[in-house]
Design a protein. Structure first.
Length: 343
């Protein structure tokens, strides 16, 4: 028998993709291999994305409020629709519950789900409930849409395209480190109160209640820009960049000094003796957008403080490089299953 760890998450997905029969319905435009499946709705494309969160793997209820969890599970699915340059419409929520959860806990969870539905203008239209022997399990599917001339995939980038990211990177990972540290303090002495300072609140928000970047989708449309390729940053910048390059048949060079890293992330990284660049590359759960544009299009984005150019694509798919200010060049590698709450 083959151990899953020999494949990693991305290898497993590729193995499943290769074993999946080709689509037989003409409405199926694209299946496995992107942030969302794509369907032909006539005048528009329909988009479908789904994600699962399992207690003890993706979240820890020791420090994750159920209301925040409800919001997060919707936001991370909406992020997949945004990565296709689309907008979300409806969601379904499937939930597996063990007997330890009272009705009030379910109410709190759905309060967060409803808040996210309001924030992203989506309708909760159904789902399923089941008992669970392994804690709380959540699975959300989101349906969205995009104009056919605006659809954006992972495999359509070109050499010399400018690599851009939204927001900042690594903050969610440092937020997780803070929460895990306080959990260990609590387990050692339940009478101890959390001691996370107000200055670290941004990092906690990024981990507990991230936001999907649908705002950037609207801004790109207003500017008349269609990215040549796009992917959301859920498993870390390094993994997503390798996905984009592999599927587009390109290489890349990114510059460590250009990576957008918040001041709080720098300070917390120093406290935990973690390189902020490593956190930005491999931390995961930022749910920002990594996208590419033609060089002549980037001028339209150059004054947007929420979008940063971090590098460019090359014609050599064997070279995906991190370049330092000192002139060193290091190959970028993926980190496998990512950095989730219980790992």
């Amino acid at each position: 028998m083959t151990d899953l760890n020999t494949l990693g998450e991305f290898g497993l997905i590729e193995r499943i993709r290769q074993a999946t029969p080709a689509p037989t319905h003409p409405e199926t435009v694209r299946g496995i291999g992107d942030d969302a499946a794509v369907f032909d709705w006539g005048d528009e494309y329909g988009l479908l994305a789904t994600d699962m969160m399992v207690e003890g793997v993706h979240f820890d209820l020791t420090y994750m409020p159920l209301k925040h969890l409800g919001y997060k599970v919707v936001a991370i699915n909406v992020s997949d629709i945004a990565a296709m340059n689309g907008l979300p419409l409806q969601i379904t929520v499937n939930i597996g519950l063990s007997s330890r959860f009272p009705v009030e806990a379910v109410d709190e969870l759905y309060e967060g789900i409803r808040a996210a539905c309001e924030a992203y203008n989506v309708d909760l239209v159904g789902g399923d409930t089941s008992s669970s022997r392994s804690g709380l399990i959540l699975s959300v599917s989101v349906l969205g849409k995009v104009a056919k001339d605006l659809i954006t995939y992972r495999h359509t980038a070109q050499p010399n395209d400018v690599l851009c990211v939204t927001g900042d990177l690594g903050s969610a990972y440092l937020g997780l480190q803070l929460l895990e540290r306080e959990k260990q303090v609590f387990l050692a002495d339940p009478n101890m109160q959390p001691s996370i300072s107000e200055e670290r609140s941004y990092l906690l928000q990024r981990q507990l209640r991230p936001d999907a970047r649908t705002d950037i989708v609207h801004e790109l449309r207003d500017l008349g820009i269609r990215p040549t390729a796009m992917i959301d940053i859920s498993d870390g910048l390094a993994s997503e960049l390798l996905h984009l390059c592999r599927q587009s048949g390109t290489g890349a060079v990114i510059f460590d000094e250009n990576l957008p890293i918040d001041d709080q992330t720098h300070l917390a990284a120093e406290e935990f003796k973690i390189s902020p660049v490593t956190a930005a590359l491999n931390g995961g759960e930022d749910y920002e957008l990594l996208f590419t544009v033609r060089p002549q299009e980037f001028d339209k984005l150059s004054t947007n403080a929420r979008i940063t150019a971090i590098g460019y694509l090359t014609a050599d798919p064997a070279q995906v490089i991190l370049a330092t200010k000192a002139g060193q060049q290091t190959p970028i590698r993926a980190q496998g299953w990512g950095n989730n709450a219980a790992q």
